[in-house]
Ligand binder design. Structure first.
Ligand SMILES: NC(=O)c1ccc[n+]([C@@H]2O[C@H](COP(=O)([O-])OP(=O)(O)OC[C@H]3O[C@@H](n4cnc5c(N)ncnc54)[C@H](OP(=O)(O)O)[C@@H]3O)[C@@H](O)[C@H]2O)c1
Length: 244
C-alpha cells in the first residue's frame, strides 16, 4: 500500500482529503496536533471498509526543527513515503496596519515555512521509491485578493512559485507537484463568514453555489491517480466558478 501524509488531516478539508485517499486504497497518515471525534470515526470506518488505512500521528507543524526526526520516524514505521498533501494552515484575518506582528509571523511560519521544510524531508523519503505525488492546498484568495486577508493571501500565493519550481526539480524523479486552490468552503476556518458574505460568494460564482470539501478531495484524489501522471507544476481551482 502506498503511504501518503496529509497535514491538518484531523478535521475540515484535510480529513475529507484523507478519507477520500483511504477509499482509493492509500495508507494515509493524518498529521495534526490533536485527535478529533470525526477523525476517530473515520479511522473506525477505514478499518471496517478495508480499502486503505487511516492512521494519526500528533505533531506540531510549527516545530520545523523537529521535522527531520519526525519524517524519519514515519518512514521507519510505515516505509517509504509516496505522497504528501500540504493542507494544514491557519486563516487568521486582520487589517495589515493593525495586525500584531506575532500573528503575521505565525501565518508565515505555518503556511509557508512549515510546508517547505516538511516537503524537503518528505521528498528525501520519496527518493527511495518509484516516484511520488505532492499536492499543496492554496486558496482562490491568493489570486483574487480579499479584504482583511493580505497576509493569508501572501502565504497562499507562495505555493504557486514553490509548486512550479519544485515540479521542475523533482520531475526527473517521477514526482509530480501541484497546487489545488479551493474557493470558500464550510469548515472551522470559515465559520465567521456571515450569511451576507456567503450569499455574495454564491451570487458571484458561475455555478451559483459554493464548493464543498468533497469537491476538493476529489480533485486531490485525481492528482494522485494514474490519470494525472503527466500533470505537474499546475494549479487546479475548485471554486464553483467564483473566479471564472
Ligand atoms: N475552508 C476554506 O474555505 C478554505 C478555502 C481555501 C483554502 N483553504 C485551505 O485549506 C486548508 C485546510 O483548511 P480548513 O478549512 O480545513 O481548516 P481547519 O478546519 O481550520 O483545519 C486545519 C487543520 O490544520 C491543523 N493544524 C493547524 N495548526 C497546526 C499545527 N501547528 N500543527 C499541525 N497541524 C495544525 C488542524 O489541527 P490541530 O488544530 O489539531 O493541529 C486541522 O487539522 C488550509 O490550508 C486552508 O488555508 C481553506
Amino acid at each position: 500500500m502506498l503511504n501518503v501524509l496529509v497535514t491538518g488531516g484531523s478535521r475540515g478539508l484535510g480529513l475529507c482529503i484523507a478519507e477520500r485517499l483511504v477509499s482509493a486504497g492509500f495508507c494515509v497518515i493524518s498529521i495534526a496536533r490533536n485527535r478529533t471525534e470525526q477523525l476517530e470515526a473515520a479511522i473506525l470506518k477505514a478499518e471496517s471498509d478495508a480499502l486503505g488505512e487511516l492512521h494519526f500521528r500528533a505533531f506540531d507543524l510549527m516545530d520545523t526543527e523537529a521535522m527531520p526526526a519526525f519524517v524519519k520516524s514515519l518512514t521507519k514505521e510505515f516505509g517509504i513515503l509516496f505522497g504528501l498533501v500540504n493542507n494544514a494552515g491557519i486563516g487568521t484575518s486582520g487589517v495589515l496596519a493593525t495586525m500584531p506582528d506575532r500573528e503575521i509571523q505565525q501565518l508565515i511560519r505555518l503556511n509557508i515555512l512549515s510546508p517547505i521544510i516538511f516537503t524537503k524531508y518528505v521528498v528525501r523519503s520519496m527518493m527511495g521509491g518509484r516516484g511520488g505525488r505532492i499536492v499543496n492546498i492554496s486558496s482562490v484568495v491568493a489570486a483574487t485578493g480579499y479584504n482583511g486577508l493580505s497576509v493569508y493571501s501572501a502565504t497562499k500565493a507562495s505555493f504557486a512559485g514553490f509548486t512550479r519550481s519544485l515540479a521542475r526539480e523533482v520531475g526527473p524523479l517521477e514526482i509530480t507537484v501541484n497546487t489545488v486552490a479551493p474557493g470558500f468552503i464550510d469548515t472551522d476556518m470559515t465559520h465567521d463568514l456571515n450569511d451576507m458574505q456567503r450569499n455574495q460568494i454564491t451570487r458571484r460564482s458561475a455555478l451559483r453555489r459554493m464548493p464543498v470539501a468533497g469537491d476538493v478531495s476529489d480533485a486531490v484524489n485525481f492528482l494522485f491517480s494514474e490519470g494525472a501522471r503527466n500533470i505537474t507544476g499546475t494549479t487546479l481551482t475548485v471554486d464553483a466558478g467564483n473566479t471564472a
